[in-house]
Design a protein around this ligand. Structure first.
Ligand code: ACM
Length: 552
């Protein structure tokens, strides 16, 4: 008898364990939380009241209200929304029903907890970001219709009971969109921001100026958009000698940009604008030739590559121009960081310019085994703009070329030419954002079968970035132990030389953006490619389809 009881107990335990394990595999969350324990049973979400502790702050209350409204449909009893006082104390007594969003100051920025029982979903966070991320997690646990107001059978929406503790691995979880080579409408930009919100990303690095087009209205310099925003044509495919002779261009007004800033902020995303200097400035030179070394002629570029024509740091008028432009930029974008580019600046014009050589002599810049005098002249440009932006309370980020020569303390380095620049910069005590081209350039094809891929940056199949390769990247690889805290985070970059249409853009983003989400959010102990792949290519493809993102 005893034996039989023991046997039954073992059987029951085994069944429970297997049932739990099987269910856990069905929890298709991306990024997967740090800790998730299924506790059995379900919570009925349809028509559940939504309460939010007002002490979480206005932004958080607004986010919860948005959640409550997406939970309400005409075909079921609408969920109520309220901000009762003392909600945390009620929740502590286990006396809440429905959704309760409460403040827990002991949690770190961005961290959150969710306890789902049959009666209630209690969400804890110290403020807006944690609340927002918890909402993304809850949304992913609900049917996909939560993302869009469509009529669907919602009377029976349930969530499995579980307990989640979660926090991001990296503070900087970004993507870059290049609007310089090809222009993306505000609607498309918002669509990308919507996806970023779902996958808990928080930095939108917006590349706004290029040799091929200037995309931001600057009131003091109207020719930047009258002239610089348009090119007379574009090279065709990979033929650098060709031009389609179709005028191409566009720009964002300051009002539009402010609207996008607010839209992003509501979704927990800070926009990091980039004005790329001192190279990649041909469109600006076409508009204002006086900031160049040669005086031109200049023309907004019709082909890809790196223009040898750059701005002239030997002239004060150049700095006057830059300070005015960056001033307007800071008035539009309130974030802490401004990206000042710094990549791929050919130095031939500076070598030949009397003004640049006079500046080099005046500053006593020398060529030695570490750097040329012209590289040090670029350090001077970086430092002047860095100091100028500091007067406006802003910090600068630059591509890893800014490290060549003598970079002043306080700049953040974005490592793109592989991981080397990031490793070196972190070792020297600079903050770093990892975006190495071999893992994070999603304008590279996503399969090695290049004949069956749309046009991509890479010509060699070996350089393609498959979903698995994108997923496998660890931003701390190679970073010395003592310097790992310097790595603020990681981002995916989308350069758009070879991408002109939204369908193509989205194809390059998805599903790799989901891989990036786990690279950014999950600790190595949580990452699991098999679990991710099943989820990304199953449940999340359904969400992407439902929201109209092209991924095939
Ligand atoms: C870059 O890809 N030139 C930063």
């Amino acid at each position: 008898m005893k034996k039989r009881r023991l046997f039954s107990l073992i059987m029951a335990l085994t069944v429970t364990l297997f049932a739990t394990a099987a269910e856990k595999q069905d929890i298709n969350l991306i990024p997967y939380p740090q800790e998730l324990i299924l506790t059995g049973g379900t919570f009925r979400a349809s028509g559940a009241p939504v309460n939010c502790d007002s002490s979480l702050g206005e932004d958080a209350v607004k986010a919860v209200k948005r959640f409550a409204s997406s939970l309400s449909f005409d075909c079921v009893k609408p969920s109520s929304f309220a901000t009762p006082y003392g909600l945390a104390a009620t929740a502590a007594k286990g006396a809440v029903k429905g959704f309760a969003f409460i403040k827990d100051s002991s949690l770190k920025e961005g961290a959150y907890g969710i306890d789902i029982t049959r009666r209630a979903v209690v969400v804890r966070a110290s403020g807006f970001n944690g609340i927002l991320y918890a909402i993304q997690t809850i949304n992913q646990l609900l049917p996909k219709e939560i993302y869009k107001k469509v009529e669907a059978p919602k009377a029976d929406w349930t969530i499995p009971c579980m307990s989640i503790k979660d926090e991001p691995r990296f503070a900087w979880r970004g993507i870059l969109l290049d609007s310089g080579r090809h222009f993306w409408s505000i609607e498309e930009v918002k669509k990308i921001l919507d996806a970023m919100e779902i996958y808990k990303m928080n930095r939108f690095h917006w590349h706004l100026t290029e040799d091929q087009g200037w995309r931001i209205e600057i009131k003091k310099y109207p020719r930047l958009t009258e002239v610089g925003a348009y090119r007379r044509g574009t090279m065709i495919g990979r033929d650098f000698k060709s031009c389609d002779n179709i005028r191409y261009g566009g720009y964002y007004t300051q009002d539009q940009l402010r609207e996008v800033v607010a839209y992003a902020a509501e979704r927990g995303i800070t926009i990091v604008p980039e004005i790329d200097i001192p190279g990649h400035m041909l469109a600006a030179l076409a508009a204002y030739p006086e900031i160049g070394c040669t005086g031109g002629p200049y023309e907004v570029w019709t082909r890809w590559g790196v223009s040898p024509q750059v701005i002239c740091p030997g002239k004060e008028v150049t700095f006057e121009f830059l300070e005015n432009v960056f001033t307007e930029l800071t008035e539009i974008f309130p974030g802490e960081y401004i990206h000042i580019g710094g990549d791929e600046c050919p130095k031939t014009e500076w070598e030949q310019s009397a003004e640049c050589q006079a500046k080099i002599a005046e500053l006593g810049l020398v060529t030695d085994e570490k750097a040329t005098a012209e590289q040090r002249l670029q350090n001077y440009v970086t430092k002047r703009i860095q100091d100028f932006l500091a007067t406006k309370g802003r910090k600068v980020i630059g591509w890893d070329e800014i490290l060549e020569g003598d970079l002043a303390p306080g700049a953040t380095v974005m490592s793109w030419r592989g991981t080397k620049g990031g490793i070196e910069a972190a070792g020297k005590g600079f903050d770093v954002i990892m975006t190495p081209n071999e893992f994070c350039y999603y304008n590279y094809a996503q399969s090695e079968d290049l004949d069956n891929e749309p046009l991509a940056q890479n010509r060699s199949p070996k350089s393609s970035i498959t979903l698995e390769k994108a997923y496998g990247y660890d931003p701390l690889d190679g970073i010395p132990d003592g310097a790992q805290d310097r790595v603020l985070g990681v981002q995916a970059n989308m350069w758009t030389e070879y991408i002109a249409e939204p369908e193509h853009l989205e194809y390059m983003f998805f599903p790799r953006l989901l891989a990036m989400s786990e690279v950014q959010w999950c600790r190595p102990s949580v990452k699991d490619y098999d679990r991710f792949k099943a989820s990304a290519l199953g449940r999340h493809i359904e969400i992407l389809d439902f929201l109209g993102y092209n991924h095939k």
